[in-house]
Structure formats: C-alpha cells, structure tokens
Ligand binder design. Structure first.
Ligand code: SF4
Length: 656
C-alpha cells in the first residue's frame, strides 16, 4: 500500500458510497453468516451453564427477543458437557437456535463443545497460554517454538470442527492479549490483529475456513482501529474475507453502555464492516438485542443515499488516532481545547434561568451564583430567542445574525452567519463567528480562501444525506486537503425518534468522526426526541465514549455470563451511586477472576469476583485486597480510592 487513499480503501469498499464488505459465508447450524446474509444479532447467557433449566429459559427469552445465535460459557469440561442437555431441552421446546460455546483457557472443554454445538469461540490470548503479565525477550527461534506449541494445542480442535461441521470464532480481546503478543507488538491494535492471525494461519494450513473474527476492546477507538487493520491485513496477506463479529467489551449499562457500543459498532457499520453484532451491556441479555437491531437496521436501505463526491487523497489516518490540526478561535479548536458542546434552545417559547439546569448550570438563589457541573454545555444556540437574565461566565450564546445585531451587549454573544452573509462580509464579531456550511459550500474555493484568512470563523457542518457520517467526513477531507484549519462543529438534527434511538444514532453519526480525530465540537439539534437534559448528557457521553472529553467516571463492567460470581447489575449500580462524581476515574467491575483482570484493560481500580461472596480489589493491574466479603467490598473500594488520593467529596449541587 503506498498512498493514503489505498490504505483507507483497504479497510472498506468505499469512503463515500455505502457498500457492505463482501465476506465468505460461514455455516453456523441453520443460520449462515456473512456473504449476502443480513447482519446477524447475537447475545450471551448470564446464567450458570450448569443450571440447565435456567439456561434454557434464558435462551428462549433471548430467541424471542430476536437473538439469532446464543453464546454460553463453557469454562470446563462439565459445562461443555451440559451444553448437550441445554440443546436437547431447547429442541424439546421446538427451538433450534445455533449455540456457541465460549471458551477461555480450556482446550479440552473446546474439543468437547465442538462436538455438541454449532460454533465455538476461542480467545487466542488464552487458548494455549496462561497470562503471567511477563515481558519476555523472544528470539526468532524461541518465538517460533511458541507458535509450534500453539499449533500442537490448537490443531486437535480444528480437526474436530472440520469433522463435525462446527464453526469457530477467533475472538481477540484487547485486555487479554498473551504475554507473547504483548512482548512483541505491545498493547496495540496491531497486537490484537496479529493475535488472531497466528491462529488463523494454522486454520488455513489445515484447510479449515468456517471462521468468524472479532477484535473487541472496551475502548471504542482501539476497537475501531483494530477491526480496520484486521481487514487490511486479511487482504494484504491473501486470507479469505472472513465475516466480522462486532462488539465493544465491558461497555457498561444504561446510556453509557449504549453510546459506547454505538460509537464502536456504528462507526464500523457505517463503512460497511460487520456481519454480526453483539452489544455487551451489564443488563439482561435480552435487553441487548433491540439495541443491536436498532444499530443494524439503519443500513437496510442505506445504499440508495445521495451521491457523495469521490475522494482522491485521504488525509485521515484510519489506524491510529490523530486529531485534525485546527486554529484556535476563542475556546474552540487549536488542538488543546476539548470538543465544545452546543445546546439548541432556538425552538423554546421562553428561556428562563431554570431552563439552564438541564444544561449543567444550577443557579443558587441564596448565594446568587451559578454552579457549573462537569456536563455543562459551552454554548447555547438561541436562534432568534433572547433572554433577560445574566448568564454564567463560562457560557456563550449564539444568535441568528439579525438578532445578534440587536443585542445591547455583545459580551459572550456571537452571530451565526450563513455562507452567503459570510461571503458578503456583513457586520460580524471580532472574536468568534459561527458559519453553517454544507459539503457543497466547502467545495467552493472562494469560501475556503476567505476562511483560511479568517481567525474568527468556526464552521458548523450539517448534512441531510442519509449517509451523513460519510458526507461530513468528506467535508473534513476537503478542508484538510485544501489546508484549511478552520475549526469545525459537527451538527446533527433528529426529529420524532425515541431517546434511545437518539443515543444510538447520534453516537454512531458523531462518534464515527470523533474517533478519527475530526471535530472541535458537537451540536445536537432535536425535535420531539428527549428532554433537554437527556440531549445534553448524550452529547457529553458521546465525547466521553470517544475519549475526546472526559466529564465523568468511566465504568468498565463486564456483561456477566455463567462464570459471574455476584449480581453485576446491582453491584454496578451501588458503585456508580457512590463514585459517579469522580470525573475521569476508570473503575472495572468484573464478574470473575478468570477473565476479569485481563479484560478490565486500563481501569484505575478493579472490583473482581474471586469466589462465592468474595471480591478481589485491584489498583491498576495489581491485587491490593484479597478475599474481601462482598457485603463490605464497595466500602473497601471507596477506602482504597481514598487511600490513593483519588477521592473527592461530591458537591451536593452536582450530584446526579
Ligand atoms: S469477566 Fe464477566 S463476562 Fe467475562 S468471563 Fe468473567 S464473568 Fe463472564
């Protein structure tokens, strides 16, 4: 690959025309994946695999919610064996959904499960390795010896899969890469890809191709980069185009989990990648299914979207994060300002001080001052509305140009000039002017030349194209190729959709740009979707999920499975209640010791089930308290955070 456009094209069919990547069809029982099949939806049971009746009931609930494959953990031989009973029980009730055995560490369980169910999932990070968190200096010969050892352990499973027609997912997790991969490639998207390719090469040598691949991470940026790189490497090394299973691990619950999942999964779907989706939420598995459908269904008719001009030179790096270089205009852009959030109050009847509560500004009457919380928007678009009270000192107001002209004081008030007004040179602010533009405007050289000379302009880009993310990305490409460093606010408008749809769609549409370093702010304009508070929080959660602006505590909680040793939903809620004000802290909440520590990736603190009623607490990757009784473990976690100087008291006014 020489030019950047070739590198980008190598991860998807087109950057401007929606087109699903063509993959080989993989047979998984009666429900094939890849090829021309629709994007398949799947989930995983959370109940103990040895609880046959419970597993059957939960599986049926998942099927009725629309699950097309059901994954069940098989941590040892006895659970693998019990899959047969679960399968029989389902068949007796008339259900033939393909079952997938989830395997970590136990080749013998995999070999048994592969004879009983339609698909096995192996984690290349731990199928033949135990993690010791060691850095090892490999020579070529010792590395090759490791690969030979893996080959010897893995080939028996391949042979069984071939004999029984069983499919396999080689599922890499960012948090559980082997010491071998970490030593050679580091904790990187390339390491994740190489981890899967080591296993894939063995499969292809054995002429076994019934394979699906995944590259999951709890960090959507890393996850997106890893899948893109995987596609590029598959093509480069002449592997078959295997179907991709998309997922963001340990995404958490509620709106955080939905938004984080949409940023990762949605970004890839936009570029036509992905043959099956699993949304991992710390909720009941059947709750994941409608979220996955909602993400997938947006592409049913996408290919008929309005034409977007082709790209000749692609200045964006799809495999690593680089923020687009922009000029600093007041507190926007410049590389160091966090992306700004603009709220839309232009359609309100009357704007009072109380309306600002929903946007993170709380006016205290006795103190006569504004309290500002961590999710306080930076600007409000007023349109032609006006206000008669003093606004908080950190807030700016944006008015339509005519209304702005009539404002008595211009302090912290800025005009919105359309491209025509801007080009004509009407009276404008000496510090900050917002200019809404479409892709067609950005293709106009006269406008671009004027923007390049102007140190007060910030663009607001919007789109009506059904393939909106690609159209907006095309606009960024134009600006970058013309060396125009004007900051850009990404605007999206939504009407008559539910609050959950808003979260999923906006996270996909805006997240897909932010993960590539594009955008100096976001502007969500909604009509009949959700309350002002939800819209504002959605904007901040999208920025948090893309790791471009951290405004709250991050919870990396596993979705739970048959290995889970405590009630994850209840515990996550308890921990959240006590710690949600610890902005920027990452807390891992993992159901089991087998996978938990590896999978909580870059968490600052970890709460991990180690046995029935017992918890291990981590500071980073280090175990600091063992055998803590579950009843006391949340208190001990708080003590630990205090001891390490990461605790702050919650401000009563900003508690949520
Ligand atoms: S970390 Fe959670 S989801 Fe992963 S294996 Fe353990 S209990 Fe299951």
């Amino acid at each position: 690959m020489t030019s950047q456009i070739e590198a980008a094209k190598a991860y998807c069919n087109s950057l401007v025309q929606y087109s699903r990547r063509k993959t080989i069809e993989v047979k998984i029982g009666d429900v094939a994946m890849g090829g021309d099949n629709p994007i398949r939806i799947q989930s995983m049971t959370t109940i103990d695999t040895m609880d046959t009746a419970g597993s059957i009931e939960q599986t049926i609930r998942m099927i009725e919610a629309g699950c097309e494959y059901v994954r069940i953990t098989a941590p040892s031989i006895k659970e693998a064996q019990n899959l047969e009973e679960i399968k029989k029980g389902l068949k007796l009730r008339g259900y033939t959904v393909p079952l997938v055995a989830d395997i970590h560490f136990t080749p013998n369980a995999a070999e048994l499960a592969a004879r009983l169910v339609e698909k096995v999932r192996v984690n290349p990070g731990n199928y033949a390795d135990k993690k010791r968190f060691e850095t090892i200096d490999y020579t070529e010969a010792s590395y090759q010896a490791e690969l030979d050892r893996i080959r010897a352990k893995f080939i028996p499973l391949i042979k069984i899969c071939k004999e029984y027609g069983t499919a396999m997912r080689i599922g890499t997790n960012h948090g559980s890469l082997s010491d071998r991969i970490m030593s050679r490639f580091g904790d990187s998207p390339l390491g994740m890809v190489e981890s899967a390719l080591e296993f894939l090469r063995i499969c292809e040598d054995e002429q076994y191709y019934n394979i699906v691949l995944s590259m999951k991470s709890s960090n959507p940026q890393v996850m997106v980069q890893a899948y893109r790189l995987l596609v590029q490497k598959l093509d480069e090394e002449n592997f078959k185009p295997y179907p991709l299973h998309l997922g963001v691990t340990e995404a958490g619950d509620g709106e955080d989990g939905r938004i984080k999942s949409s940023v990762g999964i949605g970004t890839l779907l936009e570029d036509g990648l992905g043959d099956t989706i699993r949304v991992s939420l710390t909720e009941e598995p059947e709750a994941e299914v409608p979220v996955a459908y909602e993400l997938a269904k947006r592409y049913d008719k996408r290919k008929n979207h309005a034409v977007i001009p082709a790209v000749d030179h692609y200045p964006i790096t799809p495999f690593e994060y680089n923020r687009r270089k922009t000029s600093e205009v007041l507190n926007v852009g410049g590389g160091h300002h966090v992306p700004r959030v603009i709220a839309d109050f232009s359609a309100k009847n009357k704007i009072t001080a109380a309306c600002l509560f929903a946007l993170g500004y709380h006016y205290s009457v006795p103190l006569d001052k504004w309290n500002i919380n961590d999710v306080a928007c930076d600007y409000i678009f007023m349109g032609d509305q006006t206000i008669d009270f003093e606004i908080p000192g950190t807030l700016g107001l944006i008015f339509n140009h005519q209304t702005w002209l009539t404002q008595k004081t211009k302090e912290r008030s800025y005009p919105l000039l359309d491209a025509q007004q801007y080009s004509k040179g009407v009276e404008a602010s000496s510090t900050l002017n917002f200019i809404p533009v479409s892709l067609a405007d950005a293709l106009n050289d006269v406008l671009i030349q004027k923007l390049k000379r102007d140190k007060t302009a910030v663009l607001i880009v919007e789109t009506n194209n059904e393939h909106g993310m690609a159209e907006q990305r095309r606009l960024f490409v134009e600006l970058m190729n013309k060396e125009c460093a004007t900051p850009v606010i990404i605007k999206r408008s939504y009407k008559n959709i539910s609050a959950e749809q808003l979260q999923l769609y906006a996270a996909t549409d805006m997240g897909g740009l932010l993960v590539d370093g594009l955008g100096d702010g976001i502007f969500l304009s909604t009509e009949n979707c959700a309350s002002d508070k939800i819209v504002n929080e959605t904007a901040f959660t999208i920025l948090q999920a893309t790791r471009t602006r951290i405004s709250k505590t991050e919870y990396i909680s596993c979705p739970s499975c048959g290995r889970t040793l405590f009630d994850l939903q209840e515990t996550t809620a308890k921990i959240r209640l006590r710690t949600s004000h610890l902005k920027g802290l990452k807390i891992g909440i993992m159901g089991c010791i087998v996978n938990g520590p590896g999978e909580m990736a870059d968490a600052d603190y970890g709460y991990v089930g180690s046995g029935p009623g017992k918890i291990i607490l981590y500071k980073g990757k280090e175990v600091v308290r063992r055998n803590v009784p579950a009843a006391k473990a949340v208190d001990e976690l708080i003590d630990l955070i205090r001891e390490n100087g990461d605790w702050v008291e919650a401000d009563e006014t900003t508690k949520n």
